[in-house]
Design a protein around this ligand. Structure first.
Ligand code: P70
Length: 458
């Protein structure tokens, strides 16, 4: 069993979970209008909706909550977090925020003007929405291999550097206030970005004086993939690799709910003092004073500690192996997934899983519904529900290239036997795939509709 890496921790507190019987699962799902976001968490057996904010904190983090200094201004935990951020990310300034999208909102409101463009390897949904909310255009320039679920390119999260160069020439640098790299690329399957790519992207942008910001949610997992897969990095520490990654960036947005190993928290960091001042104004307006940014001081402390723990190599080795184990179990039974598996999730390829369902009938959403019905497992669609856009002039829908169902693995929460159960359920469902029907959307908001949309089977 080459993939077996035992958990590098033991369990100190447990939380009971319960599998409702099949008839109840049917009623629960129908009551939630076939949108798993609307199912009560107590009715979910294995919750793979997201790896965001769902981590188990360590004893050191829980202890850190007790040393939260709940002063409005300049609490000690702010300085602890400041220390961590300057040692790990090495940006000159940072602002705490309550989560990643708040950092995005502040950043884009400070720098993006209506009509501007923000290119990325692939923007995540909240990033995309926050750019458009201030009148900008979010542009994705992924590597071609990134859109081919069976391609085993080691860095499928990379940005296509030639496309970036052409794009900047086409629209003009003055319309591009910044570019972004999402590490790892969540929408494209949790795929990593190589250091060579970060460097190449930075070189192109430097020619035009365009700043590079990193969406750093899963930076530690990305760093571990660099260590494993990129020539010349096997003997470097995760911290050394992180230093190099961020040395090419002018700042980052961070949802610490992922690789910060906390249940809430995030930050925006940058080197530019003017930007820091403008962003501080907006932070005070929307989130809170610059030393707490919408968080309790104890949350800042948990984040300061979690950001370090996420770089621990033994932890990362287990984490990546755990995701890889689930992927291998599915692959050996022919279940179509995005290969190679990413760092935080296994993504089922709904197009190949359900080739009989057209994209307009949401094969990903249908699969999510059946994963719940079959085993009480909550997954999430990363496909047409999340990313299809209606063309305002023609009224036609444009569907995304990838139609995926993400099984996100919360950090330090589930054991191998939970993952074996998940694999058994998905394999069983794969045998019955022809019985799965498409869906129609009966209600959906124009922006970020996946959170609240309603569906029925056709
Ligand atoms: C996820 C969550 C959040 C996220 C992200 C990247 C690359 C920014 C953010 C925003 C969102 C989600 C999706 C489906 C179900 C539940 C939750 N990603 N950039 O799970 O961060 O949430 O802290 O505002 O992935 O991938 P925040």
């Amino acid at each position: 069993m080459p993939n077996l890496v035992p958990e590098p921790y033991r369990i100190k507190a447990v939380e009971a979970i319960r599998l409702p019987i099949r008839a109840d699962r049917e009623a629960i799902l129908a009551h939630a209008a076939y949108n798993v976001f609307l199912i009560k968490s107590e009715d979910v057996y294995i919750d793979l909706l997201t790896d965001s904010g769902t981590s188990a904190m360590s004893d050191a983090q829980w202890a850190g909550l007790m040393v939260g200094d709940e002063a409005y201004a300049c609490c000690r935990n702010y300085y602890n977090l400041k220390g961590t951020i300057s040692e790990v990310f090495r940006f000159r300034y940072f602002l705490p925020t309550h989560q990643g999208r708040a950092a995005e909102k502040v950043l884009f409101a400070a720098v993006v003007k209506p009509g501007d463009y923000v290119p990325s390897n692939t923007h995540f949904d909240t990033t995309h929405a926050n750019i458009e909310a201030v009148g900008g255009h979010a542009v994705n320039l992924p590597l071609a291999e990134g859109l081919v679920p069976t391609s085993r390119h080691p860095f499928k999260g990379n940005m296509d550097v030639e496309r970036l160069q052409r794009f900047v020439e086409d629209v003009g640098a003055q319309r591009i206030p910044l570019a972004m790299l999402t590490i790892t690329n969540n929408s494209g399957g949790g795929q990593p970005v190589s250091l060579a790519n970060v460097r190449a992207v930075k070189e192109v942008l430097s020619q035009y004086g365009i700043p590079l910001f990193i969406d750093a949610c899963r930076y530690a997992e990305n760093v571990y993939f660099i260590k494993q897969r990129e020539e010349g990095y096997a003997d470097k520490t995760t911290l050394e690799i992180a230093h190099e990654v961020f040395s090419y960036a002018d700042g980052c947005t961070m949802s610490a709910k992922k690789d910060g190993l906390v249940n809430i928290g995030g930050f925006l960091a940058m080197n530019d003092e003017c930007l820091y001042q403008r962003a501080s104004q907006l932070l005070i307006l929307w989130e809170g004073f610059v030393t707490y940014g919408g968080l309790a001081s104890r949350d800042l402390e948990a984040m300061a500690r979690g950001l370090w723990e996420a770089l621990d190599e033994k932890y990362l080795q287990h984490r990546v192996a755990q995701v890889g184990y689930l992927a291998e179990r599915l692959l050996e039974r022919g279940v179509p997934i995005v290969e190679p598996p990413g760092g935080h999730a296994v993504y089922l390829d709904a197009r190949r899983f359900l080739p009989h369902i057209p994209q307009a009938q949401f094969p990903g959403q249908a699969l999510v519904a059946h994963v719940y019905l079959e085993g009480g497992i909550r997954a999430v669609e990363v496909g047409s529900v999340m990313f299809a856009r209606k063309d305002e002039t023609t009224g036609e829908w444009k569907y995304p290239e990838l139609e995926l169902v993400r099984l996100a693995i919360p950090r330090r929460v589930y054991t191998q036997s939970h993952l074996d159960y998940v694999a058994d359920v998905i394999i069983e469902l794969y045998h019955k795939r022809e019985q799965i029907h498409g869906m129609r959307c009966t209600y959906g908001l124009p922006v970020l509709r996946h959170f609240t949309a309603r569906f029925e089977f056709v």
